[in-house]
Design a binder for this molecule. Sequence first.
Ligand code: NAD
Ligand code: IPM
Ligand code: MN
Length: 378
Amino acid sequence: MRQIEIAVLAGDGIGPEVIREAVKAVETALSQSDARVRWTYFPWGTDYYFQHGRMAPADYLDQLARFDAILLGAVGHPRVQDHITLNGLLLPIRRRFDQYVCLRPSYLYEGVRSPLRDKAPGSIDLVVFRENTEGEYVNAGGRIYQTFPEEIAVQSAVFTRRGCERIIRAAFEMAQDRPRKKMASITKSNAQGYGMVLWDECFSRIAKEFPAIQTESLLIDRAVMEFVRRPESFDVVVASNLFGDILTDLGAIVVGSMGLAASGNIDPTRQHPSMFEPVHGSAPDIVGKGIANPLAAILSCAMMLEHLKLTTAAAAIHRAVADLLRTGGPRTPDLGGTATTEAVGKAIVGLIKANNPITVQEPVVPQEEIRAIAAETA
Ligand code: NAD
Ligand code: IPM
Ligand code: MN
């Protein structure tokens, strides 16, 4: 039996609500395999902060280092400034474990309506490679003359050749493996004349190593416009930490909802644990209502299983999500439905069981049966 150690940081707001369903989906997907997960829950986050004055114990990064992967819900609370909560837990994990690839796919599932008119299922299918350890997020800078009218704040962005090259190369490698073989690099090098010019130079240089890939370089202002005007044209997109952050909320809503957007913070060298989390935050506007969409967290778990090379279980989850959406199964209000978080989680568990390739032979489950399961759990 293969024993897998996962650290769970359910965190704040809707984090625990969606993680609960995601864990059930993983347990179901792995039930027919020889892999078992030991989930270790850490109560870190803003509640911990209210009690202890910090988001997690001082040695929290050392505690996390031994795990095979980290599953995170969300961090952020309306009563505490975000830069304190995020720099006290989430962002140091990405840096310390050198999770330099932030992988964020946007796919328009059949059965989901894009807010953009006339988009066919599957027509939008892009993946953003967000640089995840430097750039605008290095948290270097300072403030002087605080409280005075002369107050000054300096916030530095750091771009290194190694940092640019490794994320760009990882993105090209993914483009090489995808059928359309296209790459877009997003910067603002017309105004940011140092770091982002270095980025552009690295992009041009590495592009030469991948002659089969069709490339384009866009400025971020143009890129956000093109994400709305021609989202279908994007395949692999590579961007800095901040631009990748912004582009992936846009990518999420263009394919229907923040509640579908999955994400992996990956250390491709596998020296450290990678961390998987939905793109969304703690959603204080819907917390406690039981209506958060758990599919982003569930799909993040599929990415986690893929990273752990548990590809059959990952595929089972992907397939259950696609089936649920295609067949009009229960959906939360962000997708126009009335279902609860729990009902969606339960329907996914049902579909994973029904689709299990070990218990059922192809053609896996008749459409009517999938519809019946979906209706039953609605
Ligand atoms: P958010 O992603 O939490 O919410 C944006 C909007 O999307 C809200 O209307 C919310 O209700 C909706 N939404 C998000 N996830 C949803 C889901 N699963 N199902 C249905 N609707 C969903 O962004 P925000 O409001 O800008 O941030 C709230 C807090 O979360 C802040 O403290 C912010 O710093 C933090 N945040 C944390 C992370 C993270 O932990 N990775 C990511 C983004 C924001
Ligand atoms: C994300 C979030 C974080 C980020 C915040 C909460 C610091 O928005 O994961 O997209 O910007 O990376
Ligand atoms: Mn974000």
